[in-house]
Design a protein around this ligand. Structure first.
Ligand SMILES: Nc1ncnc2c1ncn2[C@@H]1O[C@H](COP(=O)(O)OP(=O)(O)O)[C@@H](O)[C@H]1O
Ligand SMILES: [Mg+2]
Length: 477
């Protein structure tokens, strides 16, 4: 089968036209006519002007005794929107290229190729929209993670804030330690968003959340086929950070093999993906954190000492909430006003007794726990002032145990022993009083209920404080 060139060009979806130097329209393919509905007069007009421009450029080249290279004289791409096709905007891009006379090397024709770039144009618009949204979000995040949003007036927190503020602008590795929920991640983000890397990503990886083998693929990424199941190449967090900050949360739980690779990254800023042969550069700042005794992990042989020294360059300790209970009220008030806004509530505060209970609690889950408690209080709140009744039972009972052990402990000596003895006695008293009530204040029956002989019961009853035996009750029978 033989194809006629014009027939082939008519099958193309790009518009193709050729105009001669004497303004003849030599070719105007089907796409120009049917898809783009271009006017022949317009095309001849435009192409002739282009041809003149190209000739001029060619003359300039010739005067410089240069022969234009293939493709060199092609025009810039010209974009335009076609008159509406229905209600859809169609964008096209035209490029003009010269066709030389084979005998004298002059430009004999100009060829135009028109492409539909609507899809590309839409993607560009979408990209612009996303970039604008991204910069709005970034500003939002930057303000959210400003140091001023780390609440607290205690010396422990002010000291940590000062250290963090000093180091933020440097590239120094920071080591954050503190119990879970004390704000390590909040500090790490504030350091990042106040550093020169603020416009680059902050990526956190929780080293305790992965089995040994997975942590490496998360951190360093893998090439397709690196292991069974690696169906396509996947970049690791280190690549994704690209100029930003990597937060190694609970770093002591990292496997020893990943630790060796991290050490190399810190020392040489180099690594390879799993199954990869190319050595890649790592442009990252590291902030590490732990809530355990890292030195113990070193002694146990679970954490490399050399890595520890590389990470422990600039330590910041964040004290637990129980050691800075002065901060509790301001923290709780901040959370109340934040959550009021989010939940549309109007809680004003707590009663003095309720504050006392919160301030007396040990907060093992630290600020995260306080946040959760406040959230729960707000959800359940019926009144603008939260009272003792609304405080979760476990916090109240911790308070009650404290109060009763204080009340039962007369001199403060041997508080644990004494409070235990007293508690046992109090428990016994309650049982005796209950048995008496149940038996209608009959001692023999009460002794029977408790499985005691009458004499043992009498002996124990003698120790029951008088006020517990309601006046008028005859317990001598
Ligand atoms: N000083 C603080 N001021 C305000 N919010 C805080 C403060 N410290 C911690 N938080 C909040 O408490 C929660 C737990 O903090 P996070 O940084 O995740 O703790 P960690 O990483 O130490 O477990 C987060 O919601 C955080 O925003
Ligand atoms: Mg954390």
């Amino acid at each position: 089968m033989k194809y006629d060139l014009e027939y082939v060009l008519d099958s193309a979806l790009d518009g193709i036209f050729i105009v001669a130097h004497d303004h003849r329209l030599v070719l105007f393919n089907r796409a120009c006519e049917e898809l783009y509905r271009l006017s022949k007069e317009d095309i001849v007009d435009k192409a002739s002007r282009k041809l003149q421009d190209l000739k001029k450029t060619l003359q300039e080249k010739k005067s410089e005794k240069e022969k234009p290279a293939y493709g060199e004289l092609a025009s810039e791409k010209e974009r335009m929107v076609l008159p509406h096709k229905g209600n859809k905007e169609v964008w096209v891009e035209t490029i003009y290229t010269p066709i030389y006379d084979q005998d004298n090397g002059e430009i004999a024709y100009v060829m135009g190729v028109i492409k539909d770039i609507t899809e590309q144009k839409n993607l560009e618009i979408q990209k612009q929209v996303l970039l604008t949204q991204l910069s709005i979000l970034r500003k939002d995040i930057e303000s959210k993670y400003d140091f001023s949003n780390i609440i607290g007036q205690s010396s422990g927190i002010l000291n940590a804030l000062e250290l963090a503020g000093e180091v933020a602008k440097q590239n120094t590795t920071v080591f954050l330690s503190g119990e879970s929920g004390t704000g390590k991640e909040l500090f790490a983000k504030a350091i990042h968003y106040n550093s020169r890397r603020a416009s680059k990503p902050f990526i956190a990886i929780n080293c305790s959340g992965f089995p040994d083998t997975l942590i490496e693929s998360e951190l360093f990424g893998y090439e397709k086929g690196a292991f069974t199941g690696a169906e396509k190449t996947k970049p690791g967090k280190i690549q994704l950070v690209a100029g930003g900050t990597l937060f190694l949360d609970e770093v002591t739980d990292m496997s020893l093999s990943a630790q060796a690779k991290m050490l190399r990254i810190i020392q040489e800023r180099e690594f390879e993906m799993l199954g990869g042969i190319k050595t890649l550069r790592a442009d990252i700042r590291i902030i590490a954190s732990t809530n355990t005794d890292i030195e113990k992990r070193i002694r146990e042989g679970k954490f490399r000492e050399d890595l520890y020294y590389r990470l422990y360059v600039y330590p910041i300790f964040i004290p637990p909430l129980r050691d800075r209970l002065d901060d509790l009220e301001i923290l709780a008030k901040t959370f109340i006003s934040q959550m009021n806004r989010e939940m549309g509530k109007q809680v004003k505060g707590l009663t003095p007794e309720a504050w006392k209970i919160l301030k007396g609690f040990s907060w093992p889950g630290n600020i995260r726990e306080l946040q959760n408690v406040i959230e729960r209080l707000l959800i359940l709140s019926k009144n603008p002032i939260i009272g003792v009744n609304e405080i979760p039972g476990y916090i109240k009972s911790a308070h009650e145990i404290k109060v009763s052990s204080r009340r039962l402990d007369p001199g403060g000596a041997l508080p644990d022993r004494l409070s235990l003895d007293k508690c046992v006695r109090q428990f016994e008293t309650n049982l005796i009083v209950d048995a008496l009530k149940e038996s209608g204040f009959n001692k023999t029956k009460a002794a029977g209920i408790l499985g005691l002989t009458r004499s043992t019961f009498r002996y124990k009853l003698a120790k029951v404080p008088h006020e517990r035996l309601k006046t008028g009750w005859d317990v001598n029978n």
